[in-house]
Design a protein around this ligand. Sequence first.
Ligand code: FAD
Length: 404
Amino acid sequence: MPSGRPAKALVIGAGIGGLTCAVALKRVDVDVEVYERATELREAGAALAVMSNAVTALAALDIDLGLDERGRAVESFTIADRRGRRIRDLPFGEVCDRVGARSFCLSRADLQQALLSQLADCPLHMGATADGFETDDEGVTVRFRDGRSARGDVLIGADGFNSAVRRHLVGPEKARDSGYHFQLGIVPFRHPALPPGGVRQYWGDGQRFALIDLGHGRCYWWANMSNQAPAPDRVKEALEKTYGNWADEVRGAIEATPQEDILIVPSHDRPHLEQWGDGPITLLGDAAHPMLTTLAQGAGMAIEDAVVLAGALSESATDGDPVSALRAYERRRRDRTRTMVTESRLTDKFQQAAGPLRTSLRDIRFRLTPRRVLAQQLTRQLTFPHGPQAAPYAEPRLDSLELR
Ligand SMILES: Cc1cc2nc3c(=O)[nH]c(=O)nc-3n(C[C@H](O)[C@H](O)[C@H](O)COP(=O)(O)OP(=O)(O)OC[C@H]3O[C@@H](n4cnc5c(N)ncnc54)[C@H](O)[C@@H]3O)c2cc1C
């Protein structure tokens, strides 16, 4: 590519990762087009947390998604037992103050709207399922199932967990199952146990439940039940049975949610890929480093990726070498994302403890963990490592999370 000409980027997938990537690339004047398999954009998965690190990353490119008005800033984070008795408060507010950014919970629909509102004139092609990729010295051509094709200097696979771009790069892979499915809902619901801006997790025996204030009188909840996912027309009955003797607010949130509004989604990840690009092709978000949801950082990592990739491509504008920029992006993201994949899995194993002995050990150990250690872990997670205020990157001691 001649130096001086802005790179043309093709983004495959219009999930949180692909949309953020397009917004970030527009900010640095990269010419970008997005191709999405779905014929219309639907939100999936109810709601999510956009953690402080992702908020800091967006701010680095001056992207304001209005998360405060669209959702609710997290004010408190409590872990309780299944009856609602407090096990521990996390030093969440203190850590947000320390890293200089709040964390927000909002519906996926609201986040999607916020991203779309920032896309400006970026072309978004719907009904475009990418299934063929050819590279040459000048760039990359992508072919779509309906016969269309597109040509760019670089291609970014932001096509999620079952990424076709990833399959093209590394071949077929097996997913790692977590042993449970999620059930999710958003419902107008208030309860004195859930304060404004509150996040409450309830830890049981091989099961967990969470209640999260989304603001505007709405609450997001998730439950995980081991083994087989219940049939959609039996899910409420299964939840009522499983959580029938849990805290009043847990039963209340399930009760208040119509069965047809309850989503069932799988929980899985993949081993971390050490190299996720080749020539003019790279990956971003779940396509690159799918992780379990325990740390609520999958979308956060996709957002961080997008901002770092935009930085790398913008640096390459003068030398006209966007392919080297992709390798620089992958190098910058490797340690951070590897840590998140590993830490999410270890934390999941710890929190998901089953059996009376392991459950009691988990609760005692979590109660006795020094506040300083919890604050350090959270600070590392909630710090955007490529931002101006980030401390030098240090690998965490992952053994501190394991339940032996
Ligand atoms: C229960 C649950 C709770 C979660 N909570 C949080 C949280 O609180 N905070 C957080 O940060 N993360 C959370 N996550 C993780 C987060 O949802 C994901 O990491 C994030 O959505 C990944 O975004 P993505 O854009 O990479 O992939 P996706 O959202 O999967 O988007 C991929 C897009 O690519 C499209 N696509 C797929 N194949 C093709 C193709 N061949 N051609 C064209 N388009 C294609 C798809 O239709 C889709 O639109 C949670 C996940 C789950 C399951």
